[in-house]
Design a protein around this ligand. Structure first.
Ligand SMILES: [Zn+2]
Length: 234
């Protein structure tokens, strides 16, 4: 299954992509995570990416496309994958379509998560992440079991440098100007599932699962993670 997670920065698509990745047993490919990896490792690409991430502008197409095309050609993507943060331009969609077509594959579904701007700002500025395993938390809506510590690996949580209000506003502007046309393009060609993001992250997960016709067992993500999928899903 090839899924695209769509939505403005801060709607929670990264968290949802992670849950889906575990449920469907296919890799979650996040341009944000790939970029941050390159920045942390101080690669040549990372140095260029850092300039764009710090001021909230989009990383140039050719850099992003090269990175993603290399990633989806890897063996673990044979059964499918979930894209998060890509495609963000028409040129990116076209490269993706061409690459998939060459392998007789195509995008299956686009999950479009929506939320009001004011709520997005609240979400992003309250977001805390685990620098070790990339788990995402929120000071009000998705608290870790123990304050300031990751549930999975107990690492101290941090706030991303680009999760400030001014950067979020700029990212939203960029999103509406450059990314929404991509959604229209996708709507014309693929199945698009629209889901309004809920305050309770589990409610959003349930809505996405039922939209994707997946079986949901239990009320928490922990249960959902181990749910059995109907055959033919992955
Ligand atoms: Zn962690």
């Amino acid at each position: 299954m090839i899924l695209i997670m769509f939505g403005a920065p801060g709607v929670g698509k990264g968290s949802q992509a992670r849950f889906l990745s575990e449920a469907l047993q296919i890799p979650h490919i996040s341009t944000g995570d790939l970029f941050r990896e390159n920045v942390a490792n101080r690669t040549e690409l990372g140095k260029l990416v850092k300039i764009h991430m710090d001021n909230g502008s989009l990383v140039p197409d050719e850099m992003t496309i090269g990175l993603i095309m290399d990633r989806i050609r890897q063996a673990d993507c044979k059964q499918g994958f979930i894209l998060d943060g890509f495609p963000r331009t028409i040129s990116q969609v076209e490269h993706l379509e061409k690459s998939l077509k060459a392998e007789m594959r195509a995008i299956d579904t686009v999950v479009n998560i929506t939320l009001d701007d004011a709520k997005i700002i609240d979400r992003v500025t309250g977001r805390r992440i685990c620098p070790s395993c990339n788990s995402v938390y929120h000071l009000a809506y998705h608290k870790p079991y123990s304050v300031g510590r990751c549930n999975n690996c107990t690492t101290d949580l941090v706030q991303r440098v680009d999760d400030t209000e001014s950067t979020v506003l700029r990212r939203l502007q960029v999103y509406y100007a450059q990314t929404e046309p991509v959604l229209s393009y996708l709507r014309d060609r693929y199945a698009v599932v629209d889901v309004v993001s809920e305050d309770d992250i589990n409610d959003t997960t349930r809505k996405i699962y039922s939209s994707l016709d997946l079986a949901v067992h239990g009320a928490s993500n922990k249960d959902a993670r181990y749910m059995r999928l109907p055959s033919g899903c992955a």
